[in-house]
Every structure is written in structure tokens, then in C-alpha cells.
Design a protein around this ligand. Structure first.
Ligand SMILES: [Zn+2]
Length: 321
């Protein structure tokens, strides 16, 4: 007899687990898309904990990923206070705090645990969905945003929740995020939090100054990349040299020219990058090359006369501009 539903595959280690939040299994929710764009024929059974099972009941969506997002959003709202504990306290602060009275002591003892449970549930990403070994198509979590270790289903949801956490008017936080870009959520929140006053005029003035700040920042960034513009030079064009009994490798010189590096300070900024590039050969090679480069650039900085007229590679460094 054919079954009247499909069940998602459940890996052994997840056989008693809610797919949405990782809590213990209670019952499977039978999901039917509505509206049914993909012409789903049979209900799909998704394992749930008791709470997520109940949350699922009234939700009408066209796909399992949307169902997951709706469940997460509901959990976020329901455990808003618990999730805020992590934004307002650190674990150590809570432990050291001197709450007096029974109720407050109880809060101190359970608060961090409540925060961690709520956080794990909203962050839980389930296991990859397959039915009879075939992936369920069209499932996406690409709209997810993370802030302070907590996952949000979308930027819109993140802004909505974070505005509450940090007491920022939501419309204002939206404007700030739009101005700085979605990838700089932390910056947006820092800025919005320290804004002086939230009246319409004050907000407008803040956004204007934010725009000015960002414009300045982008000018600086282009200047920086201009000075860091490197040149590509063949090994045969580079002279090997020995300074203070230290060998300066043409390969190291080629590398710094490529990065547009001509000062000790710039070399220091690229130290990790430099070492990593030569680490494939060996650690000794990487450190020897780096040391040689330090000696070389220091000599160029201290002995201007030599840098201009004596350095056999002076023409190459001159090209860095
Ligand atoms: Zn659940």
C-alpha cells in the first residue's frame, strides 16, 4: 500500500531531534505548501519538538525554508528577553553581580542558561533535508544574517529585533543600515546607539554626518590602495644583494614590489602575509627572507643617498611611485 506522505531522511544521531531547533522530538508536522507553487503532491513529515510543532500549525507558506524561517522568527520573539541577556551581560558580569533577594538571585543563577538555550535554538540549523536520499530542492538560508553570535532569518528581522535590544527607533536603525550597507551591521548599531537624540531633525543630522564620514573613509581607502599599487617584475631583473652579512633574496624583493611595499612599516603590516607566502618552501626560508627584507628596507630608509644612487634595485623601487 502506498504511503500518503513523505518523510524526510533522519540521520541516526538526529533521530529524536526537532529539525527546527534541536530540542527533543515530540511529533512530526505534516507540511503541505500553501500556496503550492511547486505542485507538491504529498505532505512532508518534519520532526518537531512540542513547541515548534504548535508554532507550525497556523503557518501557511510555499516552502520548507520559509516554514523554518517563520518558526525561527516566532522563537526569536517568544524568547526575546532571554536572547537580550547576552547583549546586556557577559557570563562573568552576571556571576559577579550582587543581586539581592530571592527572585533576583534566581535570575542570576538561571539567566545565562536561559540565554544559551534560546541562542542554541534560534541558531540551530537542522540537518540537510533529503527525501529517500534526494535533496529537497530550493532550500536556502542565504538571507540569514548573524550578529553577536545569534542568527537571524533576514536583515529585516535582525534590524527589527536589534532595534528592540538596543532601544533604537527601528526606522532610524533601518536608515543607518541602508546608509552603511548590510555587511556592516555592527558598525550601524554602534553608530545608532551613540546618536545624540532621536527627534526627526536630530536623526536627519546624524544620517548626514554619517554620509560625510563614509565619503571621507572611501577617499582614504582609495588613497591607500593607490600607494599600495605594486608592480610585477621578473626575477632576472632583480639583483641579489648582501647587506650586513644578510642575504636579500630576489624572490623576497619580487614579493614586496608586487605588493607595492617600500618601507619597513608597510612590510610589518604585511608580515603574516609574507611569511605565509614563503612558508610552503620552509619556515626557515620564510623567516630568512623576511629578515633579509627588513635589513634591506631599513638600509633604504636610513641611507637615503644609497637608496637613490647605490641600491642596485633603485630603479625598481622608483617605479613604485
Ligand atoms: Zn523545536
Amino acid at each position: 500500500m502506498p504511503t500518503a506522505y513523505q518523510s524526510i531522511d533522519i540521520p541516526f544521531e538526529f533521530r529524536h531531534t526537532c529539525w527546527f531547533c534541536g530540542e527533543p522530538y515530540y511529533e512530526s508536522y505534516s507540511f503541505m505548501a500553501s500556496p503550492n507553487y511547486d505542485e507538491q503532491k504529498l505532505p512532508i513529515m518534519v520532526p518537531c519538538c512540542e513547541e515548534c510543532y504548535r508554532i507550525c500549525q497556523p503557518i501557511k507558506v510555499s516552502g520548507l525554508d520559509l516554514l523554518r524561517d517563520k518558526v525561527k522568527e516566532k522563537l526569536h520573539r517568544k524568547y526575546e528577553k532571554h536572547l537580550q541577556i547576552g547583549a546586556n551581560w557577559t557570563k562573568e558580569e552576571l556571576e559577579d553581580s550582587e543581586f539581592e533577594g530571592k527572585a533576583l538571585e534566581g535570575f542570576r543563577e538561571s539567566a545565562w542558561a536561559m540565554f544559551e538555550i534560546a541562542k542554541e535554538r534560534v541558531n540551530y540549523s537542522g540537518w540537510p533535508l533529503t527525501i529517500d536520499g534526494l535533496p529537497v530542492v530550493g532550500l536556502t538560508s542565504s538571507f540569514q544574517v548573524e550578529f553577536n553570535g545569534i542568527a537571524y532569518t533576514s536583515l529585516v528581522q535582525a534590524v527589527e529585533q536589534l532595534a528592540k535590544v538596543y532601544n533604537i527607533p527601528q526606522a532610524y536603525l533601518e536608515d543607518v543600515v541602508e546608509t552603511v550597507g548590510r555587511h556592516r551591521l555592527a558598525y550601524a548599531i554602534r553608530f545608532a546607539k551613540t546618536t545624540y537624540g532621536y527627534s526627526a531633525e536630530e536623526r536627519e543630522a546624524s544620517i548626514a554626518s554619517l554620509k560625510a564620514m563614509l565619503a571621507e573613509e572611501s577617499v582614504l581607502a582609495t588613497e591607500e590602495s593607490k600607494s599600495a599599487k605594486g608592480i610585477e617584475v621578473a626575477i632576472s631583473e632583480i639583483q641579489e644583494l648582501i647587506l650586513s652579512r644578510t642575504m636579500v633574496s630576489p624572490y623576497a624583493v619580487q614579493w614586496v614590489l608586487r605588493k607595492g611595499i617600500s618601507t619597513l612599516g608597510q612590510l610589518a603590516e604585511h608580515e603574516d602575509d609574507f611569511l605565509e607566502s614563503f612558508m610552503q618552501e620552509s619556515e626557515l626560508v620564510a623567516f630568512t627572507y623576511f629578515n633579509g627584507m627588513q635589513v634591506y628596507l631599513e638600509k633604504r630608509e636610513k641611507d637615503n643617498e644609497w637608496a637613490m644612487n647605490g641600491d642596485p634595485n633603485r630603479a625598481l623601487f622608483a617605479r613604485l611611485g
